[in-house]
Design a protein around this ligand. Structure first.
Ligand code: WQD
Length: 342
């Protein structure tokens, strides 16, 4: 059969999903987005078109509704699935655990059951470094680093989803599956046509900084300066969203070339740790404007320091991050300014 280029992208209107759809189209794949815009906006589709010159294929689907999702499998024959659709705010998950377990687990179960039913072999899962919890000893985690108890229901759903995928593999499934453990996705497409669209007040650091600098928010609070790090603020591995999107393409192509069932897990980060204060100083250098910020108390659930050992990604799928933190912050700032012009 001709190499089928149809790929189902659940949550494809979201931050990472939309950037991955752009890279899939650039690589000659035919992504089909399913989304219900609960955590994104329909104008993302216009942004994708502005970059790739064609309307992305999209179906309005709640992935926790199996009948709705099944209709898309009946309409298209897919060679693979990239499953992004899930809630992902750490703090919100502590307040609404049942919403997170229902949405994140049901969405995965529907995708896997339908993949089995329709014999779709390739499956990429959007996982997260939050599965590691607070790393013990070294702050540089490999894929074999012990998973501590998750710091939040969000992290617990990602641990459970990876366990479900592992059990499906062990049951003798013919599927080839890849868990991508994202570190901190940041930035935007360099054209400024798509980027992060937090609904309401941003939880994450970079959009909070850019909205403060744009005058939408009054002041950034740095959550804690008494951590055991170089400057007392938390350290993370911030990865440019386009690098992250490219990792999905490389990962998918690797799966598609396999000749036997296999399941692997990969860290997707830069391998570098950056503190909150370093992010602020980089923003001020890149934007050439000072940021209004202050120190405040620690935020519950925050991990002190974590960043990725990325050697497996390089060895297994031949991928590593190319873009710098300056690139990511410059693209995030460009997006923040541009999206206000519309
Ligand atoms: C980063 C640092 C905060 C906001 C995120 C996602 C999670 C996962 C991993 C995908 C922390 C500090 C933040 C602010 C601050 N991604 N901060 N003031 O918590 O590492 O997790 O990436 O799966 O889904 O939530 O990212 O950007 O919220 O925080 O000081 O107003 O910035 O304390 O040290 P986090 P974040």
């Amino acid at each position: 059969m001709k190499d089928n280029r149809n790929i189902l992208v659940t949550g494809g209107a979201g931050f990472i999903g939309s950037h991955t759809v752009v890279e899939l189209i650039n690589k000659g794949f035919n992504p089909v987005i399913v989304d219900d815009f609960r955590n994104s906006e329909a104008k993302v589709l216009k942004g994708i078109k502005a970059i790739v010159g064609q309307d992305p294929i999209m179906r309005f689907v709640d992935v926790t509704n199996k009948e709705q999702l099944k209709a898309v499998f009946e309409e298209f024959s897919f060679s693979g699935i990239i499953h992004f659709a899930a809630y992902k705010a750490v703090g919100e998950s502590v307040a609404k655990p049942l919403v997170y377990y229902r949405n994140n687990i049901d969405g995965l179960l529907n995708c896997l059951e339908l993949a089995e039913e329709f014999k779709v072999l390739n499956f990429v899962f959007s996982s997260s470094c939050t599965v590691y919890g607070e790393p013990k000893g070294t702050k540089i985690v490999t894929e074999l680093s012990e998973m501590q108890e998750a710091n939040s229901p969000y992290g617990a759903t990602k641990q459970m989803c990876e366990r479900i995928i592992s059990d499906v593999h062990k049951s003798g499934s013919k599927m080839r599956m890849l868990n991508l453990r994202y570190f901190n996705p940041v930035g935007a497409h360099p054209t400024g046509n798509i980027g992060e669209l937090p609904i309401g007040r941003p939880n994450n650091l970079i959009p909070y900084i850019t909205q403060t600098a744009a005058g939408l928010l009054n002041e950034l609070t740095v959550y804690g300066n008494d951590y055991n790090t170089n400057d007392g603020t938390c350290v993370r591995d911030y990865i440019h969203v386009v690098d992250l999107a490219e990792a999905h393409i490389k990962g998918y192509e690797w799966l598609n070339n396999l000749s036997e069932p296999r399941t692997e897990t990969i860290n997707v980060g830069t391998g570098n740790g950056t503190s909150v204060l370093e992010i602020i100083h980089t923003f001020e250098k890149v934007s050439n404007q000072s940021l209004n910020w202050k120190f405040g108390p620690r935020r519950d659930g925050d991990v002190e320091e974590i960043f990725a050992d990325t050697s497996k990604a390089q060895e297994l799928i031949g991928w590593n991050a190319d873009r710098t933190i300056e690139d990511a912050i410059a693209d995030a700032w460009n997006w923040e300014k541009k999206r206000r012009d519309e």
